[in-house]
Design a protein around this ligand. Structure first.
Ligand SMILES: [Zn+2]
Length: 237
């Protein structure tokens, strides 16, 4: 598995000049953290209710450190907070962190309804992209379909542009999840395959198995979520 990480830094700048990711400005203590997904079965509200229960520290604890491969090595290490925009929600959510006793790095368990480095949930982004690119709605109509009637149109363009860049690669790997679609272009094909497999299920597969970002890694984390200049040794702190 490719260990791409530095999970909690903001990405680049949207065309509007606003930061593209407002989701995770607060760096975990002790340096960069690798994000792995936490499967969530209920709503965002249910996640918020569950996550602060002490029992989730054990329930969410990974079996194996994805960085040094040690087993049973994680100590609960509190939370970091990131902002999320979801249907009828715009606020911060806590994300559980763990500290590996062996390699001293932290791993955070990002709920699977959000994408690393992006503030808007997968539901919001998928509704927008399906409306804009499959149903050929206008940017404004697509924003309304995604419950974001007042969002700046540049944000939608930004999602569309990133999705277009990812479409061919998505088509190639999503055959592991769903039947091949015979659409004439990669964008339509990728969207139909995502609709068929479920966007969040696809995200779990792409990110969990392949370290692939549904909308493509931001430029400084290409190709797999690892910053190019990131040192291979463990941080000294
Ligand atoms: Zn470790």
């Amino acid at each position: 598995m490719v260990v791409g990480f530095r999970g909690d830094t903001p990405e680049g700048v949207e065309p509007s000049g606003a930061k593209a990711n407002h989701g995770s400005y607060q760096l975990p203590e002790g340096g960069p953290s690798m994000q792995i997904l936490q499967r969530t079965l209920g709503s965002l509200q249910q996640y918020l209710c569950d996550i602060k229960e002490s029992s989730t520290a054990d329930r969410y604890r990974p079996d194996r450190c994805p960085l040094c491969q040690a087993r049973c090595c994680f100590l609960a290490h509190g939370f970091y907070y990131r902002t999320v925009v979801h249907v009828e929600f715009d606020g911060s959510i806590p994300v559980r962190r763990y500290l590996c006793r062996l390699c001293r790095r932290t791993v955070s368990r990002l709920p699977d309804f959000v994408l690393p480095y992006l503030r808007h949930s997968i539901v919001i982004i998928s509704l927008f992209l399906a409306s804009r690119l499959l149903a050929a709605r206008s940017l404004r109509e697509a924003a309304q379909a995604a419950f974001q009637p007042n969002m700046p149109y540049q944000r939608g363009q930004f999602w569309v542009r990133r999705f277009r860049q990812q479409a061919a690669g998505l088509c190639a790997v999503l055959v592991s999840l769903t039947a091949v679609v015979t659409a004439t272009d990669f964008v339509t094909r990728a969207l139909q395959m995502l609709q068929a497999s479920g966007w969040i299920a696809a995200h779990r597969f792409l990110f969990g198995e392949l370290r692939m970002h549904l909308l493509g890694w931001p430029r400084f984390l290409i190709p797999s979520g690892a910053p190019i200049s990131f040192p291979s040794r463990a941080p000294s702190s």
